[in-house]
Design a protein around this ligand. Structure first.
Ligand SMILES: Cc1cc2nc3c(=O)[nH]c(=O)nc-3n(C[C@H](O)[C@H](O)[C@H](O)COP(=O)(O)O)c2cc1C
Length: 214
């Protein structure tokens, strides 16, 4: 529980007035402390078995942006060139290797009993230790997508705007960012900064068209 206040605490504005922004004020810097704080808020997102299979690469230098552009499709260059930062989200298929730490800490802090921890280990760890690479990649992609949506909202709550983008060569992207291709799954990039455009308000299919009640 926290009573932290954001720059924008209006939930309906954060969620319902979010639109992809692809042109940012190029001279606006967001401090690394604030970017790190945004990631700390982002990783309050839920994840399967609390595995937290996400990894963030923050790009906020011209050299880093040049690397991103080695993999990005050309139509995504404006949101690389003008963004204050780009946060790349990759899924981590090895998150189960450190899974014990998170629950050992919960025991050390008296939040769960050692018996409860051992029950969690015996229920969940075999699922991951015996999993296929495809399962681990899917699980990491889902966790990362949960984090990506939370990050988009955290960015709005900090008073900035963003564009999620996946128009890039996925393997080139991992290489450009120095991420091990065997371990990490490419998920998406999120450009953020102060908006320099009036964004398009995109259309949605009616909710009733994409909903079934059973
Ligand atoms: C996984 C994903 C990939 C996307 N890739 C791109 C992209 O490569 N380039 C881009 O300009 N926008 C990209 N977008 C943004 C979508 O085009 C945008 O979210 C959609 O058109 C709805 O508009 P809105 O964000 O303004 O509501 C992507 C969004 C998501 C969630």
């Amino acid at each position: 529980m926290t009573d932290q206040k954001f720059v924008n605490n209006d939930f309906s504005d954060v969620v319902l007035n979010r639109h992809s922004v692809r042109e940012f004020e190029p001279n606006v810097k967001i401090s690394r402390d604030e970017l790190q704080q945004m990631i700390a808020e982002t990783i309050q997102a839920p994840s399967a078995c609390n595995l937290q299979s996400w990894h963030f690469v923050v790009v906020d230098t011209p050299e880093g942006k040049a690397k991103l552009k080695e993999a990005a499709m050309k139509f995504n260059y404006p949101q690389v060139d003008t963004a204050s930062a780009i946060i790349y989200l990759a899924g981590d298929t090895e998150s189960h290797l450190v899974y014990r730490d998170v629950w050992n800490q919960a025991v050390a802090e008296g939040r769960i009993t050692p018996e409860k921890r051992d029950e969690i280990f015996s229920s969940f760890l075999p699922l991951y230790e015996n999993a296929t690479p495809e399962f681990l990649q899917m699980d990491a992609t889902i966790d990362c997508s949960m984090a990506a949506m939370q990050l988009l909202q955290v960015i709005r709550a900090h008073g900035y705007d963003a564009n999620a983008w996946a128009g890039y060569d996925p393997q080139k992207m991992l290489t450009a960012l120095g991420l091990d291709q065997k371990r990490f799954v490419p998920v998406m990039a999120i450009s953020l900064g102060k908006s320099a455009e009036v964004p398009l308000v995109s259309t949605r299919y009616p909710a009733s068209d994409v909903t079934e009640f059973l």
